[in-house]
Design a protein around this ligand. Sequence first.
Ligand SMILES: Cc1ncc(C[n+]2csc(CCOP(=O)(O)OP(=O)(O)O)c2C)c(N)n1
Ligand SMILES: [Mg+2]
Length: 741
Amino acid sequence: MATVKTEPKGSSTALADRKEKTYEGLTQQQLIDGYRTMYLSRKLDDREILLKRQQKIFFQISGAGHEAIGVAGGFALKPAYDWFYPYYRDRALCLTLGATPLEMLLQAVGAADDPSSGGRQMPSHWGYRRLNIVTQSSPTGTQILQAVGCAEAGLYYARQPQATRKATGDYRQFKDVSFQPDEVTYVSLGDGTTSEGEFWEAMNSASNRKSPIMFVVEDNEYAISVPVEVQTPGGNISRLVANYPNFHFEEVEGTDVVASYAAMSRAVAYVRARKGPAFVHAHVIRPYSHSLSDDERLYRPEQERQRDAQRDPITRLKMFLVREGILDENEINRLDKEIEHEVQEATDRALDAAPPAKDSATKFVYSPDLDPISSVFETQPVLVQAPVPTDGEPKKAPAAKTMADLINSCLKDEMRRDERIVIFGEDVADCSREQYLQQKLIKGKGGVFKLTSGLQCEFSSDRVFNSPLAEANIVGRAVGMATRGLKPVVEIQFFDYIWPAMMQLRDELPLIRWRSNNGFSAPAVIRVAIGGYLTGGAIYHSQCGESIFTHIPGLRVVFPSNALDAAGLLRTAIRCDDPVLFLEHKRLYRETFGRAPYPGPDYMVPFGKARVVQTGHHVTVITYGAVVPRALQAAQKLQREHGLSVELVDLRTLNPYDWQTISASVRKTNRVIVAYEDSLSWGYGAEIAARIADELFEDLDAPVRRVAAKDTFVGYHPQLENAILPQIDDLLRAMKELAQY
Ligand SMILES: Cc1ncc(C[n+]2csc(CCOP(=O)(O)OP(=O)(O)O)c2C)c(N)n1
Ligand SMILES: [Mg+2]
């Protein structure tokens, strides 16, 4: 908290009275400090606006009009103790919590030393690790579910404190965690943002799970040019959320620092006491238009703007201080001058700051500490042998397990090893109504494909539980938990329904580390059942689409084709320090192809290492997932019928992918097919084919060929499905043609 040199006014006995007098618990000194921060916040906005006009910074968005509720929040909460997911208008909150004017201006100029992002994010995208202010992004609303996850992580650590212990040999080595038994998570958003579905998904979970989180809606009645009544039926969000169970509600004039502090304090006390979440609806103003790119006079008449101006929080507090005899006009003027001087000094320093080096652009896309491609993640299977027979019977080989079996046992082994792992998703629990399990009335479900079967029974409902039917909820909460050092291994039931989580998957999960310049990270694992060849899977249970995700920097994408690889790669995914999208082909879950004995609790396969399924001379086929067994059958047929041999490469991981193995094979056979299950155009194989054409042109004796699905949808009738998805005959034909080209 910034301190003030100015003493409260007066020197008589009346002074003693006044000094003792508090305002909803705020002392006179706090009010002066609060005024100082509010004025500082406004002056920083003013300075940034000037700098933008001088083209010395590149963007500006202000916290003007939101200063009082921000300062009140800062007073009611504790930096580096509570957790904060603020939004861009929370400059005064961040200043109150301890961020400095220089730090803020370093972000405005985009300096290398900007502590929030190292020059990577726009101004007002707060993130201060030392204060527990978590990296913020630009999509409105993505912070809310993450904050719910953060609050849940705090509760989890309180119940399972052993999970905070440091461990070596995996991501935990680089992820210190801390928690406070009565910590509060703060999240704020604008009135317009309450229209986002993720807001409601967050409210649902916070309410249901009585999460220790405080929602603060800063209602300035506009979302850019759209007024609140267009966003919120009836125009008042408090009325809509009033029936949410377990919440404490406050609706307050957010331009009045004393009233705001009272509301915030009550809300914080409720959350700290672990009674449930709180919802503070603060009515504020937005005197500086939406941003410097907006002119609100285009859609707000002067009269309306004047009416707002009457409520300006700074004028309001200034008048209050004078009226209460806390400061007089001269003292306020002196204070203002001091602050203006401070802003000038910070500006001079920020303008001198060095920009980020050009060659730093790709730093921190992935963890700098733990590389999943490295040999750390390369171990051999340890086969558990049957006991040595005494009766002279031949020794039995360990039983071959399906991909589903080995994924399930990998999850179990890892959960035994690492208390930070939590598993949630739709239907993943054995049974949400635990008493049925306790009374042994039922067996339990454990996932629609039973991949998580038995996990809740072994590890408790604290670690394995059902989520609501809401995919953004699953991924958003996982991001928040992973930011706090937990390892969520969550499930998206069908790839076809991953899209509600797309904002979290494209703009959040893989960006947390890069956008915060390695200040934060969120190495969660998202398991997804994917793919077709199901006979009757039809359009909405057969989709692929992996290239949409391999196109995202920062996200590892894995797609195993057999049981052993699935076990080894899932373990690497869990132990590594990057976010991973783990794609599990439904058709392969229980296939006879690719079964393997249990490889032990430490079996790992590094990312970026393809497997040569079989060597050959005449043509290379590069593929992955369910096309691997199909290509193998085609290759065997080609050998049998035509004496031509295929070198079959199973990529196993799609980002990173094994260019070394690809290029070595193409150099050897000089002919290559890239085969994939997704529709042909703009599919994953297009990138591989392009790179081969680009870098291995001289080695090719034939054009690069792709075999993939038709550019349509997977139809329900088997005749349609077979015609659409690439089949053994399609692969065989392409292999033969290319080998004989
Ligand atoms: C998901 C998303 N959609 C659109 C935008 C563009 N945008 C930025 S701020 C904003 C309005 C936000 O209004 P509100 O939530 O009321 O906050 P305020 O700016 O009024 O404080 C919009 C539409 C965005 N950043 N993210
Ligand atoms: Mg608004």
